[in-house]
Structures are given as structure tokens and as C-alpha cells.
Write a protein that binds this ligand. Structure first.
Ligand code: NAD
Length: 310
């Protein structure tokens, strides 16, 4: 069955998405550099609107989207779409939850390796003319305790990868944790405080909600080991960056790696003053494989919604 709906793709996405939609009869407008003003102007003409991270779909836009049936995010988090406004307007909001799980989990492994051996620092110092061999004595990941907060798609993928390195996995989630996964990795389930007290690495994989905003504050950081490392690839607001800065500066934490920030782009973030920190520009899902998988999943889901299957 072919469809005749019109789709507005607002950000740069893998071409496979446009192909899937066109192959199913949809007419596709690809506007990867569209401005918010232009979205506001054009949105009334489209039944389907697709975004990645750059474009924010606001309540004002949704008010004008009189024909819109579906807003799709080629990614995981839905915080760039006003979901309440969409719901009120009877618009279905979908995402591609599975697309990024391996990409983000591998990034976390990279952060752990890099912090354990201080490769980013060694590289920085060597380029600046310093041979820091003696100072950069590292540690190994084998046998260390990895606390995973949030055992959804990404948290579980990370657990499986880290288990292969012979790390001990501790897990905390607000919903019951997948039993098969728990058995597979020998998961030690714990409440959040116990996880924080026991872990050498704490990796955060929860959505940004009212209940998770600043979940990692000064109090939580104070119960962690002085040598422990916080890794956040979830959403910036989950970690209180001021508290993190103070804990790292005061020697109350061993290090941190952040891919996401309270304010993005995070150029000029004062955490960059500290040596025991790695900062990356929200690249968790930025692999060719993840982008292509997310585009594929989004395309298929849009068709399924139009067919009334999901
Ligand atoms: P998911 O929905 O599969 O899993 C999230 C898990 O967090 C769920 O199991 C949920 O029960 C749990 N959770 C919710 N509130 C919690 C709380 N207060 N304490 C403990 N657990 C809680 O999501 P996912 O696909 O694994 O993604 C996780 C996070 O990663 C999201 O914030 C997402 O936006 C982010 N993400 C970032 C990037 C990036 O580029 N850095 C890419 C993809 C996803």
C-alpha cells in the first residue's frame, strides 16, 4: 500500500530515511538547515515532521501543525520535542530507541580506558612538550566495579561489553531489571547509594525527567569513593555540574567524562580547566552505524504508524 502524506525532514539524517519514505509513496522535503522561523512557516503543510537534535519542536510550532499526525526523532531522547503539546494536538511522537545503544556503550568504554590510563592527558602534555611517563601510572579495568545507573538499552549493552573485560557490574534502576541480562553479566543489584559507595566507575544512562534532574548532586558525590569516576552520556541536567566541579577540584572524586552538558554547546565550560576530566561534544550517537540504524528504524516506524500497526 502506498501513502500520499508529506514529510518535512528538518535536520541532517542518513539518506536511507528519505529512501524508505519515498519507496512507500510519501513525498519528502529535506531541509537539513531549516531555521525555527521557517519550520513555523512550513509546518502547516506537513503530515509528518522528522528531527534529529538541532531542531526543537515547540508548542508554537505544534499549534500551527494542523495536518500533522507524526513527529519522529531520529534518536533516543525526546527532550527537543514538546511532548505535552503534541499529545494535546493528538500527534503521535516516535523515536528510534535502539539506534544508538552500541555507539554510546562503546563511547563509555573508551572513556573508561582513557581515564584509567590518562591517554587524553598524556597526549595533551606530549604535544605541549612534556614526557609524563612517571606521573601517568594508570590502573586496569579488570576486576574494577562498574555501577550502571539506568539499565535500559544503553545500560545493558554497556554491562555486556564491560563484563567481557572482567569488570564487576552493579546495577540500579527504578523498574525491575531484565533477569536474563542480570544472569548473563552476574549483575549485583543495589540501591543507588550502595551502588555509589561501591563503584570505581559510575556510568549514567537515565532519561532527563523531573525525578532525575540533578540526581547526581553534591550529596550523592560525597558518598562515592575518592578515586571514583563519573561518566555521563545521558543528558546534561542529570549531573549537577557545579557540584561535580567542586568535588573534582577538591579531590573528592577521581575523575569524570561528560558527553552531555547542562548548557550545549559547552564551549567555555569550566570543567575544561581540570586535568582529570574528558569532555566530548555530545557525540554518543555520532557513528555512521548508529545514524544509519536510527534512520532505518525511524523510516520503518513511520510506515508502521501510517499502516496502523503500531
Ligand atoms: P532507555 O529508556 O532504554 O533506558 C533508560 C532507563 O533508565 C530505563 O530502564 C528507566 O527505567 C531508567 N530510569 C529512569 N529513571 C531512573 C532513575 N531515577 N534511576 C534509575 N534508573 C532510572 O534509554 P536508553 O536508550 O538506554 O538511553 C539512556 C539515556 O541516554 C537517555 O537519557 C538518552 O537520551 C541518552 N542518550 C544519549 C546519547 C548521546 O548522544 N550521548 C545518545 C543516545 C541516548
Amino acid at each position: 500500500m502506498g501513502f500520499s502524506e508529506s514529510v518535512l525532514i528538518c535536520d541532517e539524517v542518513d539518506p536511507i530515511l528519505g529512501k524508505i519514505l519515498k519507496d512507500n509513496g510519501l513525498s519528502v522535503t529535506y531541509e537539513p538547515a531549516i531555521t525555527p522561523e521557517q519550520v513555523l512557516e512550513k509546518i502547516p503543510d506537513y503530515e509528518i515532521v522528522v528531527v534529529r537534535s538541532r531542531t526543537k519542536i515547540t508548542a508554537d510550532m505544534i499549534k500551527r501543525a494542523s495536518k500533522c499526525k507524526v513527529i519522529a526523532r531520529v534518536g533516543v531522547g525526546l527532550d527537543n520535542i514538546d511532548q505535552d503539546a503534541a499529545k494535546a494536538g493528538g500527534i503521535r511522537v516516535i523515536n528510534a530507541a535502539e539506534g544508538a545503544m552500541n555507539a554510546v556503550a562503546e563511547l563509555v568504554l573508551g572513556f573508561m580506558f582513557s581515564l584509567a590510563r590518562q591517554t587524553a592527558r598524556g597526549d595533551r602534555e606530549l604535544r605541549a612538550g612534556k614526557w609524563m611517563k612517571k606521573e601517568l601510572k594508570g590502573t586496569e579495568l579488570k576486576g574494577k566495579y562498574l555501577g550502571i545507573v539506568g539499565l535500559g538499552n544503553i545500560g545493558k549493552r554497556l554491562g555486556r561489553l564491560a563484563r567481557a573485560l572482567n569488570m564487576n557490574i552493579i546495577g540500579y534502576d527504578v523498574v525491575p531489571i531484565d533477569e536474563e541480562f542480570s544472569k548473563e553479566v552476574g549483575l549485583m543489584k543495589a540501591d543507588l547509594d550502595t551502588l555509589l559507595q561501591s563503584s570505581d566507575y559510575v556510568s549514567i544512562h537515565v532519561p532527563l525527567l523531573d525525578s532525575t534532574r540533578h540526581l547526581f548532586d553534591a550529596k550523592k558525590m560525597a558518598i562515592m569513593k575518592k578515586t571514583a569516576v563519573i561518566i555521563n552520556t545521558s543528558r546534561g541536567g542529570v549531573v549537577d555540574e557545579d557540584a561535580l566541579y567542586d568535588a573534582l577540584k577538591g579531590g573528592r572524586l577521581g575523575g569524570a567524562a561528560l558527553d552531555v552538558f547542562e548548557k550545549e554547546p559547552a564551549v567555555g565550560n569550566r570543567l575544561a580547566e581540570l586535568d582529570n576530566v574528558i569532555l566530548t561534544p555530545h557525540i554518543g550517537a555520532q557513528t555512521r552505524e548508529a545514524q544509519s540504524l536510527a534512520a532505518n528504524v525511524t523510516g520503518e516506524k513511520i510506515i508502521q504508524v501510517l499502516r496502523g500497526v503500531i
